[in-house]
Design a protein around this ligand. Sequence first.
Ligand code: AMP
Length: 392
Amino acid sequence: MKAEVVEPGSVLGVLGGGQLGAMFTLAARRLGYQVAVWDPDPEAPAHRFATHNFSVPFHDQPSLVRFADLVSAVTYEWENIPAELCRALEQQKPVRPSSAVLNVIQDRLEQKGFLASNGFPVPLFVTLTDPDQLAATVRQVGYPAFCKTATAGYDGKGQWRIAQESDVQEVERALLESVRPGMRWIVESYVPFERELSILVVRGSDGQSCTYPLVENEHEEGILRTTMVPALASPIVTERAATLARQVVDRLEGVGVFCLELFQLPSGELLINEIAPRPHNSGHYTLDACSVSQFEQQVRTTSGMPLGEVRLLSPAVMVNLIGNDVAAITHGSGCRALLDIPGAMLHLYGKREIRSRRKMGHVTFLGETLGLALDRAKPFRDGLANGSLPSA
Ligand code: AMP
């Protein structure tokens, strides 16, 4: 589809209305766009900021017709939206990133196959199509290993760590319990990484691209807990990550915002864990610490506007509020104590129901130096972990 420019005042469509969709919607509205949010859940955070709400299932045909009529261009907040919907919309309006990109990324096996066949570095992996073959498959990559569902997994869901042979039976049982016809898994070797890094790439329809600074991430139980920017990586590693990220998105011919999650080995070598075809949780710091946020870049690339500046204005540490963490902020004196910390920027997603492992908000701690940002973030993060934040 021709890369036409969508002017402010027009309607941009976003599929998925979680916190990422909400932050996209706010950025779009600031730039004068109207936004149609399609998320079946009427309570999804983005609906509150939308100009047009579609709270119907993604397969609702009359809504597809209305949505396609209304919007001038479409994007999505995560990769697990139905690919058929993207393809159908693409017949009528630009969808960025395209459904071809989504097809590669939606399936971990397709994605890793694409990366490996293009010579990009990834952990050793093998396809599993039958849970009975798990032991034999793990032997091909060696112990310890990870087994992940090929589709629909996120935040550590649908993935199992297999430390030794005696773990195989239990994981096999879990796979058999959830198996559906045609289901596939990826079995990959465990990477003994020194650090987890990620990097955002923004690419326009003219092929121009830019990268944000490399960031360092810490996960807990497969969920992102903390992001630190800039990463404490050597200039060589930092440069290599940026080059890799641009090359991957060029090869994908992706238009939009992408995030590469990377493992850094003790040797400095980088392996790609996965690609997200959208703004990423590890890029939330850009809202408070960069001249143009990842969400504004998503607006710009969706509407065909020029890419924005990616300048880091301040070192930052982002801490996610997961599940019940949020109660430490919303009850008692927690919020006042937090907002009393200089450089602490609070983002609450407005999700009514607290569920374990659910991302409820985040806090970005800014500081003149990374050390200062860490000094501000660390007591907060430790307080969340041990329940010692001020209350009542
Ligand atoms: P993913 O959903 O694939 O991004 O995995 C979530 C987290 O699990 C990653 O950020 C890592 O902390 C961990 N992880 C996933 N795959 C591997 C692997 N092959 N080796 C080591 N850690 C991994």
